[in-house]
Write a protein that binds this ligand. Structure first.
Ligand code: AMP
Length: 502
């Protein structure tokens, strides 16, 4: 169909298959499924309430609310009213929240579970006749109109809100539904937070476009996810930590995975170790994809072709990817397999950051490619591999060291469950690597010196971290990304002490 917004798809399904379930819930939640027609009605009514509260097309609606179906409905209702949805992580502190709300300059802010419940209650009671919006039809929006602003994680200094347009969302969801073979019979098991592009857009919009169902769990709990996969689920959309945690459960067996057609991973690197263990346990090769708030999804391993561990696959249909030498715009494009800055162009790419027009010139090339800030390689077949973030790149004695490469080798060593390599300051070399390793509970504790020696056998000398420490766990954010800045801070004192001892 020729849709300009996700809501066009929703309304089309609500008309063609009104009783098809859009949202379903686990039995213990004691909630009735919400079919497409009912969802459209609820969204339209919520939009009416927002409009009555003064929300006009183009206005911002900030939502800092718990993950769940109501937050998804509020996102779609904001778009129904023609306005711009601004989700905030409920874990943010008051000061951080205030900074983002000030920046977004919203007409309405929905902060907290009670405010959301009151809004939903008002929508249920609203007849829709008195306000300015016809609840039967979404506001007309074009592909360039903003649908959402997503504040990117780990902001320092002035917050950066990525403007996401209707065209970005609809083109990407249509491409994903096709690439991943979604049909009406699919049931996506959804256990992701709904304040982030992964849980709010990738999971929800792909299902809406396909006319399929979302089985909403509200949060990750291995037992709940296993029940859902053993039950109605046909697709799991997750972050790598989901897969590690499923593997840690004895209940997660080949039989549980038998009725599932596709396991998808993204938002952070999936280790070759988890990929391999998952295949050994279930016979499924996890499909890894890559994207970011600014671009929606960029690349994916194929549904039918070979899924390669450690690679995020090929650029999606209509999306172009190229690699720029060392992320320096003045240098040329990289050769096959040569690492550099990933640049992307296509209908998925956002127009810029909210109220930061000056960044267009720094974040985009003259010919309109977005500089992602991620580093990667393209191989001779066109497969993309992520080797790290530009800001995590370690430059040691003038040599570029890509943490992902070293982490990949470390993760394979005996006794290592997972690892993170960070750069630490050094007067002589500029930076030196520090490896933080989490021990595998099923194996004897690894000896740091042995691990470093093993790295020395496998990698060029300049790549081998100078120090290795064993930690209980790696700090991660809500999307399962290792927060390297937190690690750097955590090990600053230790680094100074260890370096002084030498
Ligand atoms: P966000 O905007 O919060 O979704 O974060 C996007 C960032 O997550 C990207 O720029 C990458 O650094 C990282 N990312 C997403 N997917 C992957 C992946 N499959 N492998 C490695 N990094 C990823």
């Amino acid at each position: 169909m020729n849709a300009s917004t996700i809501l066009d798809h929703l309304v089309a399904h609500a008309t063609a298959a009104p009783d098809a379930p859009l949202f379903t819930f686990p039995a213990e939640d004691d909630r009735a499924p919400i079919p497409f027609a009912r969802a459209a009605e609820l969204i339209g009514r919520l939009a009416t309430v927002l409009t009555a509260d003064g929300v006009a097309p183009g206005d911002r609606v900030v939502a800092q609310v718990p993950t769940g179906v109501e937050s998804v409905l509020l996102c779609l209702a904001t778009q129904w009213a023609g306005a711009v949805f601004v989700p905030l992580n409920p874990a943010l502190g008051t000061d951080e929240t205030r900074l983002l709300v000030d920046d977004a300059d919203p007409t309405v802010s929905v902060i907290g579970a009670d405010a959301l419940a009151a809004l939903v209650e008002a929508a249920r009671g609203h007849d829709g006749a008195s306000a300015g919006v016809d609840p039967g039809r979404p506001a007309r929006r074009g592909p360039d109109d903003p649908a959402a602003i997503i504040y990117t994680s780990g902001t320092t200094g002035r917050p950066k809100g990525a403007i996401v347009t209707h065209g970005n969302l609809v083109s990407n969801a249509e491409t994903l539904a096709e690439t991943w073979g979604f049909t009406r019979d699919d049931v996506t098991v959804h256990a992701l937070p709904t304040f982030h592009a992964h849980g709010l857009f990738v999971a929800v919009n792909t299902a809406v476009v396909a006319g399929s169902s979302l089985h909403l769990l509200g949060r990750f709990d291995a037992d709940r996810v296993i029940d859902a996969l053993d039950g109605p689920g046909t697709v799991l959309m997750g972050v790598p930590t989901f897969y590690g945690r499923l593997l840690a459960s004895d209940r997660f067996t080949r039989q549980v995975a038998d009725g599932v057609r596709l396991f998808i991973s993204g938002s952070a690197p999936l280790t070759e170790k988890v990929f391999g263990e998952f295949e050994a346990r279930t016979g499924h090769r996890i499909l890894e994809r890559y994207g970011m708030s600014e671009t929606e999804m960029i690349a994916s391993n194929p549904l039918h072709g070979e899924r390669v561990a450690g690679s995020v696959g090929f650029p999606l249909g209509g999306v172009q990817v190229r690699i720029r030498r060392d992320d320096d715009p003045s240098l040329g494009l990289a050769e096959v397999d040569e690492p550099g800055g990933i640049e992307v162009r296509g209908p998925n790419v956002f127009p810029g950051y909210w109220q930061m027009p000056e960044r267009r010139t720094t974040d985009f090339t003259d010919d309109g490619w977005f500089r992602t800030g991620d580093l990667g390689t393209l191989d001779h077949e066109g497969r993309l591999r992520i080797v790290g973030r530009a800001k995590d790149l370690i430059i040691s004695g003038g040599e570029n060291v890509y943490p992902a490469e070293i982490e990949g080798v470390l993760d394979q060593l005996p006794g290592v469950s997972e690892s993170a390599v960070i750069g630490m300051p050094d007067d002589d070399f500029g930076e030196l690597g520090l490896a933080v390793v989490v021990a595998d509970p099923a194996a004897p504790e690894p000896d740091p010196a042995t691990l470093l020696a093993a790295l020395g056998d496998r990698l060029a000398h300049f790549k081998v971290p100078r120090v290795c420490v064993v930690a209980d766990e790696l700090p991660r954010n809500a999307m399962g990304k290792v927060t390297k800045a937190v690690l750097q801070q955590r090990y600053t004192d230790e680094w100074v002490r260890v370096r002084a001892d030498r």
